[in-house]
Design a protein around this ligand. Structure first.
Ligand code: WT7
Length: 653
């Protein structure tokens, strides 16, 4: 594999470099470049210092117990996550500070101070206890992006009931699978939520799901209000279903937090793997909170007066770690928005940034590419000058999107933190530190201090282009797959001995920066050369006519694989044969003839999951002319059928 390193370096060379400004550097939370060395010299001591910034009811006896692949962090320590996110802020100036500033899609607004949030969480904790939820019982949360989502999560944490948040876009069947796998006793949902002007009828979905579950004793229903509640859509089942507001009315606001062991279960979050059955990723208490706390503070350079906005949904890990637990543990002011970025128009996000004076903005590359496609005019209409730091997460960011983000949203003054991590890692693992790191478009740069990551080949040898590997346990690592130890070992720990395999390909450049190349099944081999699908996609998106692209390998008699590119053009551009030839040549010019796509298929939409990830697996099926696999996780399954027909038509022509 190391023999391919040269090819990689030739394929993508990014020379642009951006240093933090003197001004930013001078006030950065982490300003000492020695932090990497200090942490590496004594990793346990480093994490212990972060852990001490939290409130513990009882100190730990040992920092780490590592019995691969099982880790225990802060062994013997006792704490409560909700206490750390709320109670401990009540005795100082944060008491009346806004904890949560929420805007609904129709424009309704609610603000909760730390005092308010503590009260609501305490009350709902008592509600849950009143419904028979005890420490260790699982609770499923199926809510829109409304404050009650955060309140429900924190209430679960307060009473020691692990939550399983299920993204509101999931179908009843997916919800049922997750409820059943975790054996959840209570489901928390809402009568509805807003998305692009329409109403998502969550309670109706939950009813369908719960019909398939025999473990559910109660369904708590939040009245979303704003025109949804009172429309008579909701059927309440006597004895099982209860309204949130009815129970809250009489609930006491005094609720002692449960004393949790550092290794007690905090939550389960389901994520897809290579098989059809989602994996219930297990996160525990002390280590998880320590790392989300530390990374929120250091990576986002969090200051007391920041207005912090992470655009993720709480249904994904990004929402867990960087909307709820990390920011609130830091006493931050968190902005939360219910709806779509293009409702009622494509300026909505920027309107929100202006209105609330957002200072830190964290989003996904897929969103950035959509903004690019919609044009600079939209952000141009709003004052974004308060923004001082930008972040991205979720997939490799192509340099063109990075540059656009930097220029148009960041006004060329904001550091960009490209943060690599996963549901399984729980918290950010590879990232720039905004006051220290020179960034380059497209690389997540270096492991966070205290994290050990490298690149290995199939047999565990160090290489400059191969598989990303995490070589030491980290505090927020998953503690297993719920109810499936075998799968935990097989998926993450069977490739090398005692080393975590995240499933991503990576390369290292001359500055020792790590470039994540995407999932390893997205790396192509064309005539013996490894080519990241991402590299070809970057080259395509670099063309002025291209909005988005997805590239897959297609079996080729001589080369092993050839490249098929699925391309969405910018509005107003036509997908002619000339355009196809132009784009092929453009890729060849950017990367080398080796990366020239064999075919380009123009499409208005790419098949994406509800979280915005392109499903290359389905594109590979189309490109290979196979029966198309499972499309149930797609935001719009019809996209695939249209694309398949188009592909076959063009193939015939
Ligand atoms: C996979 C994890 C972590 C929250 C959202 C996704 C890809 C994530 C980056 C990044 C390149 C990235 C990886 C990873 N990924 N961040 N900054 N650069 N790739 O969580 O659904 O668990 O997905 O997302 O392939 O393995 P997830």
């Amino acid at each position: 594999m190391s023999g391919d390193a040269g090819a990689f370096d030739a394929l993508l060379s990014e020379e642009r470099r951006f240093s933090p400004s003197e001004e930013f550097r001078a006030h950065a939370v982490v300003a000492d470049p020695g932090v990497y060395e200090t942490a590496a010299a004594d990793r346990e001591g480093y994490w212990e210092r972060w852990a001490r910034e939290l409130d513990w009811f009882q100190a730990w006896d040992r920092v780490l117990e590592w019995d691969p692949p099982y880790a225990k962090w802060f062994v013997g320590g006792k704490l409560n996550v909700a206490h750390n996110c709320l109670d401990r802020h009540l005795d100082g100036p944060r008491r009346n500070k806004a904890a949560l500033v929420w805007e609904g899609e129709p424009g309704d607004v609610r603000t909760y101070t730390y005092w308010d949030l503590h009260r609501e969480v305490s009350k709902f904790s008592n509600v849950l206890r009143g419904l028979g939820v005890e420490k260790g019982d699982r609770v499923a949360i199926y809510l829109p992006m409304i404050p009650e989502a955060a309140i429900a999560m924190l209430a679960c944490a307060r009473i020691g009931a692990p939550h399983s948040v299920v993204f509101g876009g999931f179908s009843p069947e997916s919800l049922a699978d997750r409820i059943n796998d975790a054996r959840a006793k209570v489901v928390i949902t809402a009568d509805g939520g807003y998305r692009r002007g329409g109403i998502v009828h969550l309670k109706a979905n939950a009813d369908e799901a719960v019909r398939l579950c025999d473990c559910v004793e109660h369904v708590v229903v939040v009245a979303r209000g704003a025109g949804i509640t009172g429309q008579g859509q909701v059927r309440m089942e006597e004895g099982r279903d209860v309204w949130y507001h009815d129970l809250m009315e009489s609930a006491s606001a005094v609720c002692e937090p449960e004393v949790m062991d550092s290794e007690d279960l905090l939550y389960i979050l389901y994520t897809s793997g290579t098989t059809g059955k989602p994996k219930g990723v297990v996160h525990t208490t002390g280590g998880y909170l320590t790392q989300v706390y530390a990374t929120t503070k250091a990576v986002f350079d969090l200051k007391e007066d920041d207005m912090y906005w992470c655009t993720a949904d709480v249904g994904w890990v990004t929402g867990h770690s960087y909307i709820v637990y990390g920011p609130l543990a830091n006493g931050a002011t968190v902005l939360m928005y219910e709806g779509a970025p293009d409702w009622p128009d494509r300026g909505r996000f920027w309107e929100i940034c202006q209105k609330y004076g957002v200072t830190i903005f964290y989003t996904a590359p897929t969103a950035i590419r959509a903004f690019m496609r919609w044009g600079e005019d939209w952000p141009g209409r709003y004052d974004l000058s308060r923004i001082r730091l930008l972040g991205t997460v979720g997939e490799p960011i192509n340099p063109e999107a990075w540059m656009w983000y930097h220029r148009v949203i960041g006004g060329e003054r904001c550091p960009i933190v490209d943060t690599w991590w996963q549901t399984e890692t729980g918290a950010i693992m590879i990232t720039p530190l905004p006051g220290l790191t020179d960034t380059k478009p497209g690389t997540a740069t270096r492991p966070f201090p205290g994290i050990e990551a490298t690149i290995l080949d199939d047999v565990g040898g160090e290489t400059t282009a191969g598989y990303l590997a995490i070589t030491a346990p980290w505090p927020s690592m998953l503690r297993g797959i719920y109810g499936d130890d075998e799968r935990y070992r097989a998926t993450y720990w069977s490739k090398w001995d005692g080393v975590y395999f995240p499933g991503d390909g990576a390369k290292r450049d001359g500055d020792d920066y790590l470039w994540i190349l995407g999932r390893v099944d997205d790396v192509l081999n064309v005539a013996g050369h490894r080519i990241g699908t991402m590299e070809v996609e970057s080259a395509l998106v670099d063309h002025q006519s291209v909005a988005e692209s997805a590239v897959v390998g297609k079996t080729h008699d001589i080369k092993g694989q050839s490249i098929a590119a699925f391309v969405t053009l910018k509005e107003g551009v036509e997908g002619t044969a000339e355009m196809e030839a132009t784009l092929k040549q453009h890729v060849a010019d950017k990367i080398g003839a080796i990366a020239r796509p064999e075919m380009v298929v123009f499409t208005a939409d790419l098949p994406k999951t509800r979280s915005g990830k392109i499903m290359r697996r389905l594109l590979r099926d189309i490109a290979e002319g196979r029966a198309v696999g499972d499309t149930t996780t797609l935001a719009d399954p019809a996209v695939v059928q249209r694309l398949k027909e188009k592909y076959e038509e063009e193939g015939d022509a």
